[in-house]
Design a protein around this ligand. Structure first.
Ligand code: SAH
Length: 282
């Protein structure tokens, strides 16, 4: 039972906790065990549009107040959450993927902090991870790239200094590009500007993990825009550009040092002389 004393400006009240829960990428089975348990004991749930409604409906207890935030302003959302926390112990704000990525988490946490409502965050499976899984791709590969950049194309939200896609793409590491399917022309132009070859592979995953609705479009910097247009992808799509794409078919692959026979770590002794590597730094 998590009822904590809170001291908002108006005087002493008791407040339940608002849990920001990552619902995962779409498949209701990809919510965490903890997230599901919170839904099962929630007195109120505020969910973010159709993406996560099913999980909310499936596990919410009878009598749970359920609202869709799609037509609410941030002020209305925080007012709703604060009001619900004053009458029930467990309030859930259910968001797609992980709440810490493009989820307006802090904008919602601040008014709750100001009202003295305790909050907690439960991570979720991001659509970036679900998209890589759907396409059976590894976002990192030894000696290819060891870095993943989560980013987006500039839209109504301006990009901070130094974060243009062309500048980020200049690293030639893996790029998981959110919120940008309608700006595919700009995405490929930025990759080209950063020196990516027209033949460099790009994969787009639409509705990753949604049972029966997932679509995977594979192309290159020069073909992917037309292929996505043909497939009529206009929303809920993850663009992954990476030198690791397609590695499943490669015949030469540098192997991870973690499984190398010469590499000793806590659970296994090297069968050949050890190197200076450690488990923390394979
Ligand atoms: N917090 C979410 C991202 C929200 S922003 C997360 O961690 O996944 C919304 C963007 O996420 C969409 O424009 C799309 O780029 C991506 N997205 C969300 N769900 C998706 C899915 N099931 N498949 C592919 N992309 C998805």
């Amino acid at each position: 039972m998590l009822i904590k004393a809170a001291l908002p400006a108006g005087g002493v009240t008791r407040s339940g906790t608002v849990w920001f829960v990552g619902a995962g990428p779409g498949d209701p089975e990809l919510i965490t065990v903890k997230g599901r348990a919170l839904i099962e004991r929630a007195g109120a749930i505020l969910f973010a549009g159709s993406l996560v409604s099913e999980a909310a409906m499936r596990w919410a207890p009878a009598g749970c107040a359920i609202a869709d935030s799609k037509d609410m302003t941030l002020e209305e959302m925080s007012a709703w959450l604060i009001a619900q926390a004053s009458r029930c112990e467990t309030v859930v704000r259910l968001q797609t993927g992980d709440p810490g990525l493009y989820g307006a988490l802090i904008e919602l946490v601040q008014p709750l902090d100001a009202a003295g409502v305790p909050i907690q965050v439960v991570p979720g499976v991001s659509s970036a991870m679900a998209s890589a899984a759907a396409a059976v791709e590894s976002l990192t590969l030894p000696e290819v790239t060891q870095t993943v950049i989560f980013t987006r194309m500039e839209g109504r939200t301006p990009m901070p200094e130094g974060e243009s896609l062309a500048a980020l793409a200049a690293h030639h590491s893996t790029l998981c590009i959110f919120l940008s399917i309608t700006l595919m022309g700009k995405v490929t132009a930025a990759l080209s500007e950063a020196g990516w070859s027209p033949d460099a592979p790009v994969v787009v995953v639409h509705k990753a993990s949604w049972p029966g609705e997932e679509k995977i479009v594979r192309g290159t910097v020069s073909t992917i825009q037309a292929l996505c247009r043909e497939a009529k992808l206009v929303s809920q799509s993850m663009i992954i550009a990476s030198p690791t794409l397609g590695a499943r078919q490669w015949t030469t692959l540098a192997k991870s040092k973690l499984y190398d026979a010469s590499f000793t770590h806590r659970f296994r002794r090297a069968s050949v002389p050890a190197t200076e590597l450690t488990q923390e730094n394979p």
